[in-house]
Design a protein around this ligand. Structure first.
Ligand SMILES: [Zn+2]
Length: 271
């Protein structure tokens, strides 16, 4: 009989096998000699729907001590996303943006800017229901599919097969659905509380305190919060000073086509 511990270890080994890490060239960052930069790239194979993030799963990205991944939810926002992108550019770092399909339809140029500037664009559903897992299954699946389609159209098919649940509210049935579509499920390791409207200084303080405790991880921000945009320059400076290294999470294969298993029927369109 396989013990729970052994099963967890096997799962970790399988996960490790599904990830191929590549070292990025150390790039100079124009105008900022103290830039954080990207220290390496992790290429994620979404086959079978692997799950990442100790906030709610047993598995996460294979990060070394002091390695961090930045992620941003809920955009695109015409008010704040470009400020977030500028702050990231100032440090020549790349992040992953989990955007909402209906906002990508409303502000496609903002979503396109995320992809144009080299970040990973991923999905956070179409309509951002409070709890996708509690919707009728078919409705929830359609919301997921429609979200990917909207992001594909806004970005010119540059959406990664990565999904983050609104409110991180998953369900076994939807995890199985995403797995069948070969979509990786990305939760987080460290929250920043930026959605609590605590102000930029508190976002910096709490994020650093949690990071010091945990030592590494996938960090969750909201690109729609003005305080997050204000916090980022301070936070990135401090991360560099404290010796953290930034990892960019990218998909093994790009594009919504990668979502569909062979012979699958296409998702319903919104026409
Ligand atoms: Zn959200």
């Amino acid at each position: 009989m396989v013990s729970g511990k052994l099963a967890a270890r096997l799962a970790m080994l399988l996960l490790a096998a599904s990830i191929r890490a590549a070292h990025a060239e150390p790039a100079s960052c124009p105008g900022n000699p103290h830039a954080l930069g990207v220290s390496r790239i992790i290429e994620v194979d979404p086959t079978g729907g692997p799950r990442f993030g100790t906030f709610q799963y047993k598995t996460t990205l294979e990060l070394q001590p002091n390695e961090i991944v930045l992620t941003f939810d809920d955009g695109p926002s015409p008010k704040t996303t470009l400020r977030v992108l500028d702050a990231l550019d100032q440090h020549c770092v790349k992040a992953t943006f989990f955007e909402v399909g209906r906002w990508a339809e409303a502000f496609p140029e903002v979503t396109k800017a995320v992809a144009d500037r080299g970040h990973t664009l991923a999905s956070h559903s179409y309509s951002h229901p409070r709890n996708l897992g509690r919707l009728p299954l078919e409705q929830a699946e359609q919301d997921i599919d429609r979200g990917f389609t909207a992001l594909k159209e806004a970005s010119g098919d540059r959406v990664a097969p990565f999904f983050r649940y609104p409110g991180l509210n998953d369900s076994d049935a939807l995890n199985a659905y995403l797995g069948s579509r070969n979509v990786a499920i990305v939760s987080c390791d460290i929250g920043t509380d930026d959605w609590l409207r605590i102000g930029a200084a508190q976002i910096v303080k709490r994020t650093l305190a949690r990071l010091e405790r945990q030592g590494k991880g996938i960090i969750l921000f909201h690109e729609t919060e003005p305080a997050t945009a204000r916090a980022l320059p301070m936070l990135l400076d401090e991360l560099k000073k404290r010796g953290y290294r930034l990892v960019h999470m990218v998909p093994k294969a790009q594009g919504v086509a990668a979502l569909k298993p062979p012979g699958a029927t296409p998702p319903p369109t919104s026409q």
